[in-house]
Design a protein around this ligand. Structure first.
Ligand code: KMH
Ligand code: ZN
Length: 303
């Protein structure tokens, strides 16, 4: 019997801009509402960023997280996962501020550096075309998403050791799995490890099925029975890669952080629409969706 599928929803992120979709949650109130609806639709984990309520820009201020996190926690029991990826150009300290202030059960940890270009959405298909802001395109042309070994150690020690927070290890490339194995070899991390395989970000792995199959087998070799994997694919690859993850016995992530769309040419009216869609696919395939309690137990969260 396959394990129930853990759905993570990432409601807003720090990459898409308000000009790209009217449905992107921006204010603490929007983010709380979107998260609660996503949890009601079946998401067990909510991956959180904050935005400046006036401008919609990614914003590291802990007080914004402290506004929406208690509201979500009061309305549902989803696991709250605070991003340490932040937004383009934030310092290491800024990226950690919210997680240090809120001491969450889970936080993201990006396990290596990469060029972080526009998402895979600007691929060859025109029916999924995105209107990226020229200033953003220009900025990403010369941007490195920096996650050095010193950065990784800093996050693991501050949050993992300091707060008992466990991680969504975001891996954008094959080498990032080996970086995670290195962190484990330092005795800085305890199992189980929640490995989020990220596809379709320009600068990282393309969303091709053979990449997923290879990473899956490498992760199996490196982490054996001590890990669970999840898959997110940016843009138009989101739903098909999420489905592939479930077919391989893994977990998945959806949400407007990763794709603004529900289907070709159709903006998703909410995060919950994406969760409901993938939940329908999973259940049609005969799988079950994990509850937050099941996710907590399987991922060894502090609760
Ligand atoms: N936007 C995702 C591709 C983070 O928040 O730590 C990567 C992400 C990074 O989720
Ligand atoms: Zn994120």
């Amino acid at each position: 019997m396959p394990r129930p599928v853990i759905i993570t929803c990432a409601p807003t992120g720090g990459i898409h801009t308000p000009s790209m979709s009217p449905y992107l949650p921006l204010t603490p109130s929007d983010i709380a509402q979107a998260s609660i609806e996503a949890a009601e639709a079946g998401a067990a984990i909510i991956h959180l960023h904050a935005r400046n309520p006036e401008t919609g820009q990614p914003d590291p201020r802990p007080e914004l997280f402290q506004e929406f996190m208690p509201r979500i926690a009061q309305a549902c029991d989803a696991v709250l996962n605070v991003s340490t990826g932040g937004g383009l150009g934030m310092t290491r300290e800024e990226r950690l501020r919210a997680a240090v202030a809120t001491s969450p059960e889970m936080a993201s940890l990006n396990v290596g550096s990469l060029n972080f270009g526009i998402f895979g959405m600007l691929g060859r298909r025109t029916d999924w075309k995105h209107e990226w802001e020229p200033a953003f395109l220009e900025m990403t042309r010369d941007f490195v998403f920096k996650n050095t070994f010193a950065d990784l150690e800093y996050v693991v020690k501050e949050l993992g050791h300091g707060h008992g927070t466990r991680f969504e290890f975001e891996c954008y490339d094959l080498g990032h799995l080996y970086n995670l194995a290195w962190l484990i070899d330092q005795n800085w991390l305890q199992p189980p490890f929640f490995v989020q395989l990220v596809f379709g970000v320009l600068g990282g792995m393309g969303a091709d099925l053979d990449n997923l199959l290879h990473l899956h087998s490498v992760a199996q070799r490196l982490f054996g029975g001590s890990y669970e994997f999840s898959v997110l694919a940016a843009g138009r690859h989101q739903m098909n890669f999420a489905t592939q993850a479930a077919l391989l016995g893994g977990n998945l992530r959806v949400g407007l952080e990763d794709s603004l769309y529900l289907g070709p040419g159709e903006l998703s009216p909410s995060n919950a629409h994406q969760v409901a869609k993938i939940r329908g696919v999973i259940e049609a395939l005969g799988y079950q969706v994990a509850t937050p309690a099941q996710a907590r137990e399987r991922l060894g969260l502090k609760g």
